[in-house]
Ligand binder design. Structure first.
Ligand code: E4P
Length: 222
């Protein structure tokens, strides 16, 4: 499973990239609105940090406008994947982008039929938003399982990108469900490594080692 980070914060992206396991980045208008500078500059700087796909989202709502934006956004850097919401106009824009060879990440997906339509239109990625489904009392991960099954039935190449993940357990479940990608908020990425037994175990090993070394040095001194 590939790991993307879900932020437009350059420091967070640099830190995650330094871990050596980062495959890409997803941004959205909310993330970008928290940063300084122009949209183009923010996306370009992210692309220069991470050697992988960087999703940047259109904000137009009519398909012709979305396609114009997609052409512009995809010209910023070769890493850019254009994020398009799965609306009726969005679907037309995804199809047009696919025909022009512009890679798309189809966002705000909350149903299997939206995912099926996105794949038929030639989407590169589909982003089911699991946490937001959980928030309204659904089992978000069921959507990933259903999409995987449908895509498998028909051999679609659209990659399933588990989005809106809120916890390490979400990551485990996404991996078990066969998601191609998980996009993680920075705090969730850090939590994946953390386990209290690892910390306690390491502390004990180092204490025992140091005590042994001290004894050896005392022996040598005597
Ligand atoms: C993914 O591409 C989205 O930007 C993101 O996962 C949304 O997450 P949220 O529901 O926590 O805002």
């Amino acid at each position: 499973m590939k790991f993307f980070i879900d932020t437009a914060d350059l420091d967070e992206i640099r830190e995650a990239n330094a871990m050596g396991v980062l495959d890409g980045v997803t941004t959205n208008p909310t993330h970008v609105s928290k940063e300084e500078g122009t949209f183009e500059d923010i996306i370009l700087r992210i692309c220069e940090i991470v050697d992988g796909p960087v999703s940047a989202e259109v904000v137009g709502t009519e398909w012709q406008v979305m396609v114009e934006e997609a052409r512009h956004i995809s010209s910023i850097h070769e890493h850019v994947v254009v994020k398009i919401p799965i609306t009726p106009d969005g679907l037309k824009a995804i199809k047009a982008c696919s025909e022009e060879g512009i890679r798309t990440n189809v966002t705000l997906c909350f149903s299997p039929n939206q995912a099926l339509l996105a794949a038929k239109a030639g989407a590169s990625y589909i982003s089911p938003f699991l946490g937001r489904l959980d928030d309204i009392g659904h089992v978000g991960m069921d959507l990933v399982r259903t999409i995987q099954k449908i895509y498998g039935n028909y051999g679609f190449h659209t990659q399933v990108l588990a989005a809106s993940l809120r916890s390490p357990l979400h990551v485990v479940e996404a991996a078990l469900a066969g998601a191609d990608v998980a996009t993680l908020p920075p705090d969730v990425l850090k939590k994946l490594l953390t386990h209290p037994l690892t910390n306690a175990g390491l502390e004990r090993f180092l204490n025992d080692w140091n005590a042994w070394k001290e004894k050896q040095e005392e022996g040598v001194m005597v």
